[in-house]
Design a protein around this ligand. Structure first.
Ligand code: SF4
Ligand code: SF4
Length: 427
């Protein structure tokens, strides 16, 4: 049986105008780069050591435990140390600290022809270490190892407030986007490709229509400006009028973010791994919000300084957007291929009041969950009830906390309940 999802009626202020049209800042590559040698929290096998000379594209580490994810050097230079540092995944992970020699030497780059077979393209994407660039970081090749795909969905919805990096990337790198979509269509084996985008992005829709003019396999689906319209279950429902239980491939669909498609296109044409990203630096506590093109491994601080710095001393720095982003303890953490935004918000202390049972959290939950009952089960450590209440269906969209009049950190409670249930399953 497919999972149902709850109501989708929440429009939240996007604040996109602050970065949607201003110029992209091209950040100088710093002298010292810190590359996380992990995939999320999973430590990778380290292939370099202190003193090694590396080039752009030198493999520094690889995850190879069922998922294969190589990690490449974004600069040429010398490995000064391998050490544990805080990262965007919160847990400190090993980093390669590289002193940039500014020579921009590259390894021998291997491109791929658009005439390559499905299998060759999937293997190429795997070896290039392409991962979900919209924040999730899932290895892209993995979803494409199927012959059951009928529809490829490209997620250009970008529904989190403040973030405009995807839209700016499509505008700036349209040739890579077009090539990437065509390569992914072939890799998927799908008969059509639906590019999902919010209806108000009229200029972008026009540009995409022009890009694929004459290609009957590719169409654009205009979606309403509701949150979280970019959630995969909602997108699949809107595009295909179908629901699935665990993975979209159950109903013949693969979903890939627009930015990931751009990096597939870029790798196809140049042979380069993801060594730079356009990242939206925005929020109410950064002086001059912009999209910033930065080399992977650049400290967040450099990007924030390029945007004029903080507006006050009391700020919260998030990796990602304000609804689903991760709050960081330090702006010294460095950018990674999956990072699409840095959001800086004014630090505010909210007084929490008792739950008034208004139902706003449940009424706005796109997963159809009942957060109050989940919080009760969490307090009682009633794991069977947490399971029955399907807390693992929570996508951590943040709407429950956003709508709670009592300022209860409802989403944080959902995260805790999920962590607890997972830990219990693993013990
Ligand atoms: S974060 Fe809250 S609103 Fe969003 S899916 Fe989870 S419980 Fe539902
Ligand atoms: S929105 Fe807040 S106050 Fe209302 S029922 Fe949910 S937790 Fe209670």
């Amino acid at each position: 049986m497919s999972l149902l999802f709850g109501p989708m009626h929440q429009h939240i202020d996007g604040h996109k105008e602050v970065t949607a049209h201003n110029e992209i800042i091209h950040l100088d590559v710093p002298e010292i780069i810190g590359v996380a040698l992990s995939h999320g929290n999973i430590e990778a096998n380290i292939l370099v050591k202190e003193g090694d000379h590396v080039k752009i594209g030198t493999k520094l580490a690889e995850r190879d435990d069922g998922f294969y994810v190589p990690i490449f050097s974004p600069v040429s230079g010398t490995v000064k140390s391998i050490e544990k540092r805080p990262s965007t995944s919160l847990k400190p992970v090993m980093h390669a600290i590289i002193e940039n020699d500014f020579r921009e030497d590259t390894v021998e780059l291997k491109t791929i022809s658009e005439e390559a077979s499905k299998e060759e393209i999937v293997e190429f994407i795997k070896q290039m270490g392409i991962i979900g660039c919209g924040g999730a970081g899932f290895p892209t090749y993995y979803k494409y190892q199927t012959d059951k795909c009928e529809h490829l969905l490209i997620n250009a919805v970008e529904c989190e407030p403040y973030i405009t990096a995807d839209a700016r990337m499509i505008e700036e790198k349209s040739y890579y986007f077009k090539t990437g979509v065509r390569m992914l269509l072939k890799a998927s084996g799908a008969r059509d490709c639906i590019i999902c985008i919010k209806e108000e992005k009229k200029d972008l829709i026009e540009l995409i229509d022009l890009m694929f003019e004459g290609d009957k396999r590719v169409s654009v689906l205009k979606l309403k400006d509701l949150y979280p319209m970019g959630w995969e279950r909602v997108m699949v429902y809107e595009a295909l009028n179908a629901q699935y239980e665990r993975f979209p491939i159950e109903i013949g669909a693969i979903i890939t973010s627009a930015t990931t498609a751009i990096y597939v296109g870029r790798a196809t044409i140049t042979g380069l791994p993801i060594n730079e990203k356009i990242i939206t630096v925005s929020g109410d506590a950064v002086k001059s919000p912009h999209n910033v093109l930065a080399r992977v491994g650049t400290p967040f601080r450099n990007l924030i300084e390029a945007c004029g710095g903080y507006t006050s001393d009391e700020v919260i720095v998030l990796s990602g957007g304000p609804m689903m982003g991760t709050s960081l303890r330090s702006d010294e953490v460095t950018t990674r291929p999956a990072v699409n935004a840095i959001t800086v918000l004014t630090y505010m202390v909210y007084e929490e009041y008792p739950c008034i049972r208004c139902g706003a959290c449940a009424n706005n939950c796109p997963s159809g969950l009942r957060p109050v009952n989940i919080i009760q089960a969490l307090k009682a450590k009633d794991f069977d009830r947490l399971q029955r209440l399907k807390v693992t269906d929570c996508v951590e969209c943040g709407l429950c906390a956003y709508n709670c009049p009592s300022k209860i950190p409802v989403t944080e409670n959902m995260r805790r309940a999920k962590r607890l249930l997972n830990a219990r399953k693993q013990s």
